[in-house]
Write a protein that binds this ligand. Structure first.
Ligand code: NAP
Length: 274
C-alpha cells in the first residue's frame, strides 16, 4: 500500500539534473497495518470544522470496476481484492453503524458485524460498542428475519423504515430482536432523516455500504459527507449500475479529493463534500 495523495515528504532534486525535481516518494510501499489504515481513515472529530452544523458524518464505501460497474452478476466480491477487503474491514471497525439497503442485504447475504480484536481498544476509547450495528433500510420489510443478522447479532440490528411500513412485518422484525426505527412518514425512509434518527441512538460515525439505489438517494438528498471509492483494475462490461443509481440531481455536486492510496493496481480514493 502506498499513498499517492496527499504526499507529505518533500520533493528532492533528481540526481542527474540540477533543475528537475522528482515528486515526493511515499516510503510506505508495503502492507499497512490495520492501525495505520484506521488512522488514515479516522472520522473527523465531532468539533472538526467539516462537521460544523451536522449531527453526524455519513461516509460511503463502494467498489467500482474501471468501466463503472458496481457489481458483477449481483455480487461486489468479483470486483474486490485483498486490500479492498482490508479497508472494508477497517471502515467497519471505525463505524458506529453500517447503513445498508435491503437489496444488498438480500443479494450479499449480510451477517452481523464481528468484534475484531484489532479494533477493540480503539473502539473502547471512542466509546463505541464491540462492533457496529447494522442498520438495514427497507420499505417493504421483505426480509428473512430468521437470519443471524436479526436473531444473533453482537449488537441489535436496526431496521430503518417509514411510518407506513407493513405493521405485521414491523412486529416480525421486533420479535426477531431487531430495533425498528422510523425515518419517514410514508412507506419508505426519507434519506435526509437517517443521520438524525441514528444520532438519536448515539450513532454519529456512519458508514453506508450501499447499494447503488440507496446511495443515490443519500447523495441526491445532500446527506453524503464522504465517499470512499475503490477503483478496481478490472473491466466488467454488462449492465450493472454505477455506484449510485437513481434519478439525476439537478446540479452535479462537487466533492474534494481527500486522499488516494494504491495497492495491486487498486486506487483507494476518498472524497469529501466540497
Ligand atoms: N460496488 C459496491 O461497492 C456495492 C455495494 C453494495 C451493493 N452492491 C451491489 O448492489 C446490488 C444491490 O444494490 P441495489 O442498488 O439494487 O439495492 P440497495 O440500494 O442495496 O437496496 C434497495 C432496497 O433498499 C430499500 N430502500 C432503498 N431506499 C429506500 C428508502 N428510501 N426507504 C425505504 N427503503 C429503501 C428497499 O428495500 P425493500 O425492497 O425491502 O423495501 C430497496 O428495494 C447488489 O448486487 C450488490 O452486490 C455493490
Amino acid at each position: 500500500m502506498r499513498r499517492l495523495f496527499p504526499l507529505t515528504a518533500p520533493s528532492v532534486p533528481a540526481p542527474d539534473s540540477e533543475n528537475t525535481v522528482v515528486g515526493a516518494i511515499d516510503p510506505t510501499d508495503r502492507e499497512w497495518t490495520l492501525d495505520e489504515l484506521a488512522d488514515a481513515y479516522a472520522y473527523p472529530a465531532a468539533d472538526a470544522p467539516e462537521r460544523a452544523g451536522r449531527t453526524g458524518w455519513l461516509r460511503a464505501n463502494m467498489v467500482s470496476s474501471l468501466d463503472g460497474a458496481a457489481h458483477h452478476e449481483g455480487r461486489s466480491q468479483p470486483l474486490s481484492g485483498d486490500a479492498d477487503m482490508r479497508i472494508f474491514g477497517v471502515l467497519r471497525g471505525l463505524a458506529d453503524a453500517v447503513v445498508v439497503g435491503a437489496e444488498t442485504v438480500r443479494q450479499e447475504g449480510y451477517r452481523p458485524a464481528r468484534a475484531r480484536e484489532a479494533f477493540a481498544a480503539r473502539r473502547a476509547a471512542a466509546g463505541q460498542g464491540p462492533a457496529p450495528a447494522i442498520a438495514v433500510v427497507s420499505a417493504g420489510l421483505g426480509l428473512d428475519f430468521t437470519l443471524p443478522l436479526f436473531t444473533d447479532p453482537l449488537v441489535p440490528t436496526l431496521v430503518l423504515t417509514g411510518a407506513g411500513a407493513p405493521p405485521d412485518r414491523v412486529a416480525r422484525a421486533r420479535a426477531a430482536g431487531a430495533e425498528v426505527l422510523f425515518a419517514g412518514e410514508g412507506r419508505g425512509v426519507d434519506p435526509a432523516r437517517v443521520t438524525g434518527v441514528l444520532a438519536e441512538r448515539g450513532h454519529t460515525r456512519l458508514l453506508t455500504e450501499g447499494g447503488p439505489k440507496l446511495l443515490g438517494q443519500f447523495a441526491a438528498a445532500g446527506a453524503l459527507d464522504e465517499l470512499c471509492l475503490s477503483l478496481a483494475p478490472v473491466v466488467a462490461v454488462g449492465e450493472a449500475p454505477r455506484i449510485m443509481n437513481g434519478p439525476a440531481v439537478a446540479v452535479p455536486e462537487r466533492f474534494a479529493l481527500a486522499s488516494v492510496l494504491e495497492e495491486a493496481g487498486f486506487l483507494f480514493t476518498r472524497y469529501r463534500r466540497a
